[in-house]
Structure formats: structure tokens, C-alpha cells
Design a protein around this ligand. Structure first.
Ligand SMILES: Cc1cc2nc3c(=O)[nH]c(=O)nc-3n(C[C@H](O)[C@H](O)[C@H](O)COP(=O)(O)OP(=O)(O)OC[C@H]3O[C@@H](n4cnc5c(N)ncnc54)[C@H](O)[C@@H]3O)c2cc1C
Length: 503
């Protein structure tokens, strides 16, 4: 295995030790803050505005060198459906900056919540009056190494976007199994949050490949956890949405790159029962399946994926068909599957060999009058697929009859679950098995009928069908819909949005 190790910047701390004290000392001395074991010294504050307050501990606050904005600006998620006005917005440029923020509750009011690319569709990004910390400037890829278990892992900072990571790995003949079409989402968000992808030879959620991580805890201390040393605490942390601490760096398992062969088929069925049976059969025939369903017409575009052997880039023989398909899919996702009569979709390709990493997209930040993706996520066990389709079909038909509204499409992903010890809470925590997500998709997040549809469908999907929801991928959740274990949350990081779900 190729062994890369780039120069580490002063803000980088190796993920080798797990003992908090060792790391704290190493990190603080690297940051120029601590010069003797266990002692924290005041640093000459030439690089920060003069202040007289202390942080409540009698110590002077640490300097913060990144971008700081406290003039009352509003921030929005990508879909412009949620706005927040934090008292302070920060973009740290070093791990010491993140520590400085957490350690100074006067200058950086509680709660401190962390965001990456703000691509989430829910109110997870809302933190009015608190401190919103954006990791996008902590985006280095530090190298590939071999961990103590002999695994090849890439060391990457939390604010690195997935497309950047995919490109970097491709240039070294490597990949991660999680290759959903979202390029902007950041490593830190995906390591502690919820994701889905119909992955080839992999579980289908990003955090499954994360083998170690470093975060800043509520005391401002850098802590490292790994699956080898701290299995339980590490698995729990990966279910914590930033409530246990702010991730700054991860180790993610990599493998040699492989190609995918997709077989695309369009099917139209006469009943939801028949559609359920067809999707189930197609799933059993291939290595990974993704389906997009137009529910009212029971028409489905099925993408059956097969491993197609080693390979890094989409073969020249598949061009330009692959690129046409890629651009058409990118536009479709950007526009939330809204049909556009002016755009003629490329003819359906029945069989295509390509690199999945090449199909990962960048999406432009839309304006409020543009069609843009919005969706709601629900996880079900595969054994429930037939019932999920039948009841969702009945609900959609009835809603359409009463209100003249239906989502443009439903996206179906299949995710392999690991043992519950590896994913103890939230999505995919039901122990080994296969999950299916069944997500309605629309093109205007602020359309009142879409919001009404989503709120009513939450009742069906969660309470009638027993589906699991995600605080970062399912909207309009109430405390009755979701419980996040209280032990995962620290006051310093808990926003009002998250407080309602703790139990
Ligand atoms: C066009 C589009 C396509 C999408 N496609 C997919 C898809 O195919 N598959 C899929 O799974 N999702 C998809 N999504 C959803 C999106 O990718 C996820 O919500 C993802 O988590 C967003 O990443 P982010 O960096 O923008 O997170 P943000 O929205 O910035 O933050 C979300 C939350 O993550 C947590 N968090 C962020 N950074 C950290 C950190 N450093 N430490 C701890 N916690 C942190 C916090 O709870 C935060 O509120 C899509 C969204 C859009 C808009």
C-alpha cells in the first residue's frame, strides 16, 4: 500500500494516542498555549482585541485568529428554508481556534453549534443568539497511513468536502465505499451525522468507514477516540451530531478504487404490491440498488449496480454517454426532480461502466426563486418494504386528491447495517441487516403544501410504519418522533433544536 504522509501543519495533531491528557498537552503546546506539563499559561495577546474579562476560570481567553463576525448577519442552509442569526459566527483556521471558541463562553456565547457546508435540510443549522462555528477552512487532507490494525486510512480534516476527498483519493488509486452524489457535504458532518448511499461493497453510510476521530470537547480539550482503543465511546460519539464535541480530524478507511457497472431499467407497475415485489427482486439481483419512483404513476427508474473490477477513472469507452448522464442527473438533483419541459433528458443507457467517484457532483447555491432539492429521510427495515410502498402510495393518492399536490419523486436507497455495537443510536442502530430509505423529494422547500405533506407523512412513516428519522435529514420532527440519548449531549453544544429531542 502506498504510504503518504504530508507535512502536518501546526494545527494538526496525530490521531495515535487516546489519552486525553497526552493529547491536551500535545495540542496546546503545538498551539503555543501551554509550555509546561498540565499548566496553561497566558499568551501575549497581541493578535487579539484587548479584553479585560476572563472566561470565568480566572484565566485569560486564548486568542482566536480565524474569521469572526458578530454584526447580526443571517445565515441560511443551502435550500434557503432555514435562517439563523447567531450572536457570533466563526470560521476557525486552526484547531487552537476551535479550542479558543469553546473555552471562552463570554466572547462565544453558548450554545456553540458546528456546521460544514450548510447543506442540511432541517433546522439542525439554526442557533439564534449562540455561536455558529463553520469548519470549511479546516479542510486539509493530511495523507494516507496504515493504522495499528493494518488498515489503510486517510487522515482528513473535518471541513473537507467529499468531492475534494474523492478527487484526492482517485489520484492515488484509492476510494472510500461511500460515494453518494453529494460533493459539498463535509467529513465532520458525515462522521457524526446521518447519511445514505446505495454503496458497492460497503455499508452505505459514511461514518461506518471512520476508524478514529479527534474532537474538541466542552472544556476546549482535544480528544482522540478510535475503534481500536475506545470502541464503545467512539461508536457513541459517531451518533452525536456535534452534541458531544466538535470534530476537527478523522481517519477514514480507504481501499483500492473499483469501477461500477450500472444497469438502468424503467418499470411501470399496476399496483404498489407489484412495485414492491419488483424492487425487492431487483435488489436481490445486484450488488447495490438505487430507485427513483414517481409514486402516483407507479413508475420507477432502477439503477442496479454491480462491481466491475479494479479501476480508478471512468473508461474512455463510456464517454461521452457517461458525462451526459452525469450532467443530467446533477441538474435533476439540483432542481429537486422538477420536470423541465425545455430540457430533453438523454436517452436511457441500459448498461454503463464508470467510476462512482466521477458521478459525485457539486451543486450551485440556489436563489429563493429557483427550483432546488428538498427531501425527508426515513429508514425502514428491508422486510417492511412492501408495506412502506403500499401505505405511502395510499397516502400520496389521498393527499393528491384532497390538495392537488404530490412530491416529484421518491428516492430509495439500500444500506447495509452493521452490528448495533458499531452504531448504537439513531439510524442503522437496529443490528446487522439491510435498511431501505424511502424519501419523498420536491423542488421548493418553502411550498406550504409540500410542508403540509411532509408533516402529515411523518405520522405515517414514523408512527404507522415504524420508520426511523434523522435530525439532519428529516424535517418537521416533534419530540414524539425522535429521541437522542441525553448522555450524548453537553450543554455547551446543545441548541434549542436539539434540546427538544433529548431523552
Ligand atoms: C443537493 C443535495 C444533495 C444531497 N444528497 C445527499 C445524499 O446523496 N446522501 C446523503 O446522505 N445526504 C445528502 N444530502 C444531505 C446532506 O449531504 C447532509 O445533510 C450532510 O450532512 C450535509 O453536510 P454539511 O457539511 O453541509 O453539514 P451541515 O448542514 O453544515 O451540518 C449538519 C450538521 O452536522 C453536524 N456537524 C457538522 N459538522 C460537524 C463537526 N465537525 N463535528 C460534529 N458535528 C458536525 C451538526 O449537527 C450540523 O448541524 C444532500 C443535500 C443536498 C442539499
Amino acid at each position: 500500500m502506498e504510504h503518504h504522509r504530508q507535512e502536518m501543519g501546526p494545527e494538526s495533531v496525530p490521531l495515535v494516542a487516546s489519552r486525553r491528557s497526552v493529547l491536551q498537552g500535545a495540542a496546546l503546546s503545538l498551539a503555543g498555549i501551554m509550555t509546561g506539563s498540565g499548566a496553561t499559561f497566558r499568551r501575549a495577546a497581541a493578535d487579539e482585541a484587548p479584553r479585560v474579562e476572563t472566561n470565568g476560570t480566572g484565566e485569560a481567553p486564548r486568542p482566536f485568529q480565524g474569521l469572526l463576525e458578530n454584526e447580526g448577519h443571517a445565515y441560511h442552509n443551502w435550500g434557503l428554508s432555514h435562517e439563523t442569526r447567531p450572536a457570533v459566527y466563526v470560521e476557525p483556521i486552526s484547531y487552537a481556534d476551535v479550542q479558543a471558541v469553546i473555552g471562552d463562553p463570554i466572547r462565544f456565547p453558548t450554545p456553540v453549534s458546528v456546521v460544514g457546508a450548510l447543506m442540511s435540510v432541517t433546522r439542525t443549522v439554526v442557533n439564534d443568539g449562540g455561536t455558529l462555528l463553520c469548519t470549511l477552512k479546516l479542510n486539509e487532507i493530511l495523507g494516507v497511513e496504515t493504522d495499528a490494525a493494518g488498515r489503510s486510512v486517510v487522515r482528513v480534516q473535518a471541513g473537507c468536502r467529499l468531492k475534494k476527498l474523492h478527487l484526492w483519493l482517485q489520484s492515488r488509486g484509492l476510494e472510500i465505499p461511500y460515494q453518494a452524489e453529494i460533493g459539498e457535504a463535509t467529513v465532520g458532518s458525515m462522521a457524526a451525522g446521518d447519511t445514505k448511499d446505495s454503496s458497492l461493497d460497503g455499508p452505505g453510510y459514511f461514518s461506518a468507514s471512520v476508524t478514529a476521530l479527534t474532537y474538541v470537547d466542552e472544556q476546549g480539550t482535544l480528544v482522540t477516540l478510535s475503534d481500536l482503543v475506545d470502541e464503545k465511546a467512539f461508536a457513541e460519539f459517531k451518533c452525536s451530531y456535534g452534541l458531544s464535541g466538535i470534530i476537527v480530524e478523522c481517519l477514514v478507511e480507504v481501499r483500492s478504487a473499483r469501477l461500477c457497472r450500472s444497469r438502468f431499467t424503467v418499470v411501470t407497475e399496476e399496483s404498489p404490491q407489484a412495485l414492491g415485489a419488483t424492487i425487492r427482486r431487483m435488489h436481490d439481483e445486484c450488488d447495490a440498488l438505487f430507485v427513483s419512483v414517481a409514486m402516483e404513476s407507479l413508475r420507477a427508474l432502477c439503477d442496479q449496480r454491480f462491481s466491475a473490477g479494479p479501476g480508478v477513472k471512468t473508461p474512455a469507452a463510456a464517454q461521452p454517454v457517461f458525462d451526459q448522464m452525469r450532467l443530467s442527473r446533477r441538474l435533476n438533483i439540483q432542481h429537486g426532480a422538477k420536470p423541465d419541459p425545455a430540457v430533453k433528458p438523454p436517452p436511457l443507457t441500459h448498461d454503463l461502466v464508470y467510476s462512482r467517484a466521477d458521478l459525485v457532483n457539486e451543486y450551485w447555491r440556489p436563489k429563493g426563486d429557483e427550483p432546488r432539492l428538498d427531501f425527508h429521510y426515513y429508514e425502514h427495515d428491508l422486510s417492511n418494504l412492501g408495506r412502506v410502498i403500499e401505505e405511502s402510495y395510499a397516502f400520496t393518492k389521498q393527499f393528491s386528491k384532497e390538495h392537488g399536490f404530490a412530491p416529484h419523486a421518491w428516492a430509495i436507497y439500500f444500506v447495509r447495517r452493521l452490528p448495533a455495537t458499531k452504531k448504537p443510536h439513531g439510524l442503522y442502530s437496529g443490528g446487522s441487516g439491510i435498511s431501505v430509505s424511502f424519501d419523498p423529494v420536491y423542488s421548493n422547500p418553502v411550498d406550504p403544501l409540500w410542508q403540509q405533506f411532509a408533516k402529515a407523512y411523518n405520522e405515517v412513516a414514523i408512527h404507522s410504519l415504524g420508520g426511523r428519522a434523522s435530525p439532519i435529514q428529516t424535517q418537521w420532527l416533534t419530540p414524539a418522533d425522535l429521541t437522542i440519548p441525553r448522555q450524548l449531549a453537553r450543554d455547551r453544544f446543545t441548541t434549542k433544536y436539539y434540546a427538544q429531542f433529548l431523552g
